[in-house]
Design a protein around this ligand. Sequence first.
Ligand code: HEM
Length: 204
Amino acid sequence: MTKRIGFTIFAIMCISIGLYPLVYFLMERTFGLLGSKSDVVLSDVFWNIGFYTHILLGGLALLIGWMQFSKKLRAKNLKLHRAIGKVYTISVLFSGLASLYIAYFATGGIVPMLGFMGLGLVWLYSTTLGYMAIKKGQVNKHQKFMIYSYAACFAAVTLRIWLPLLTMAFQEFLIAYKIVAWLCWVPNIIVAYFVVKRLGLSNA
Ligand code: HEM
C-alpha cells in the first residue's frame, strides 16, 4: 500500500513537470527562463532550436519514462514497454544533446553551465549504456543504467522543488540557481546508486 502511494506520487510529479514545457507555447516570449535571456540569445536561431528541442523532448521523456518502472506494465505488455523505451531513448538523445548546447548560455555563468553539462552527460551516457545493454540481452545491466538515466531525468522535478526553497533561503535568485544546477541531480544519482545496490544490480 505505501509502495503504491509512493509510486502514485512519483507518477504525478513526473506527469505534471513533463507537461510543464507546454506552458512555454501558451505564454508570451517573456515567460519563465526566457525573461532572463538577452535579446541576442533570444534571437539566436540555434539557441531557439536547442531550447525548444530540449524542453519538448525532455518533457516527453519525463512524461513517459516513469511507466517503465511498473513491474505490472512490463509483465502485462512487454511490447508497450519496448515502444515507450524507444521513444524515451530517442527523446533523451535529442533533448540531452540540445541541453549541452543551451547549457553554454545558462543564466548565472560557469557554475550552472558546468552543473547542467555534467547532468546532460550523465543522462546521455546512462541512457546509451542502458539501451545498448538491452540490445545485447543484458537485462540487469539495462535496468541498472535506466535507473541512473531516469534519476538524471527526474532532476527536472527536483530542480523545481529545490529552486523556490533555495530562493527563499538566500533571498537571491542567482545564488539559488548556481546551487540548484548541481543540487537538482547529484543527490538523485546518489539515491539511484543505493537503489541499484539494494536491487543487487551493482555488478551488472
Ligand atoms: C536531465 C538532463 C537535463 C539537462 C542537462 C537540462 C539542462 C537545461 C538547461 C541548460 C536549461 C537552460 C538553463 C539556462 O539557460 O539557464 C534548461 C531549461 C529547461 N529545461 Fe532542462 N535539462 C534536463 C532535463 C529536462 C527535462 C527532463 C525537462 C522536462 C520537463 C526539462 C525542461 C526544461 C525547461 C522547461 C527549461 C526552461 C526553464 C524553466 O522553465 O524552468 N529539462 N534545462
